[in-house]
Design a protein around this ligand. Structure first.
Ligand code: OAD
Length: 261
């Protein structure tokens, strides 16, 4: 239950906005058990994400990089969407809300899959099937061919015991995780859609991101410059707090559903 002034202002702004842009980061999945990147537990063995999530690391040692992604896929496959994912999925059933995420864990999508059952209990005349989130950094559960660029969804366990057992394309080439690595460009279609939504938003809700990775963090700057009221949900101050008219400190899984109910 949100009772203080700032929370009420945020609730009112979200409830009356014509267009809302939501940007989420790893913190939205914290209550689901997914480790954040820059918090404790963000490392795997002795490796920093920045040294494994690169095209150079994959070229040097695809087995090691796939072993890390296989571990992350297994970890995330055991996690379920939390109350923040569900509240945001229901919110995107209203055309005014665009959800943009940096997360590759697929939990926003799983929450969107669960919405139809909930729609029956809500007011169907006001709601549509939830829009899929714009996944700026790709998905842990998608593969892309390193040669012909073919993509496919895949949730099977990764066998990284040898080069031969790694995922391969029909063309014979090695497949890679379909995620954006450090130094790589984002899919321009997704980024354009996020920037357009940012320029049109009158409220921008930023949840669980440190706001240090660009161009994703820049989407909030675009929204702010275009006049959107920025509301941030994060237990800590971040690089984007300077843009926030309202900072709500707390766990996304508690604060977000209360803001959107
Ligand atoms: P970070 O790990 O940088 O930041 C996670 C944020 O979540 C921090 O600001 C935490 O304070 C906050 N947080 C922690 N627990 C929370 C909770 N229960 N509720 C709300 N917030 C909480 O993760 P991102 O900002 O998502 O990119 O990282 C951005 C990008 O950097 C990632 O998408 C990834 C990484 O490198 C790529 O892989 C390209």
């Amino acid at each position: 239950m949100l009772t203080d002034d700032r929370s009420e202002r945020a609730r009112l702004a979200l409830g009356t906005a014509d267009r809302v842009l939501v940007l989420t980061g790893a913190g939205v999945s914290h209550a689901s058990g997914v480790p954040t990147f820059r918090g404790g537990g963000g490392f795997w063995r002795e490796h920093r994400p920045e040294t494994l999530a690169t095209a150079e690391a994959f070229e040097r040692d695809p087995r090691l990089v796939w072993e890390w992604y296989g571990w992350r896929r297994e970890l995330v496959a055991q996690c379920a969407p939390n109350a923040a994912h569900h509240a945001l999925a229901l919110a995107t059933s209203r055309a005014v809300v665009t959800l943009v995420t940096q997360n590759v864990d697929g939990l926003h999508d799983l929450a969107a899959d669960a919405v139809p059952a909930r729609l029956d209990e809500a007011q169907p005349q006001q709601l549509q099937a939830p829009a899929r989130p714009i996944t700026l950094h790709g998905s842990l559960f998608a593969l892309r061919c390193t040669v012909c660029d073919v993509r496919r969804a895949d949730r099977t366990p990764i066998d990284a015991s040898s080069l031969e057992t790694l995922p391969h394309c029909r063309c014979g080439a090695l497949m890679r995780p379909d995620v954006v690595w450090f130094g790589e460009a984002l899919d321009p279609v997704g980024l354009d859609a996020a920037v357009t939504a940012a320029t049109q938003a009158d409220v921008c809700l930023v949840v669980g991101t440190s706001g240090v990775v660009y161009p994703a963090a820049g989407v909030v700057e675009v929204a702010s410059r275009a006049g959107a009221l920025v509301i941030e949900v994060n237990p800590e101050p971040t690089a984007l707090t300077r843009l926030a008219a309202i900072h709500l400190s707390g766990d996304a899984a508690e604060v977000v559903p209360a803001l959107l109910d």
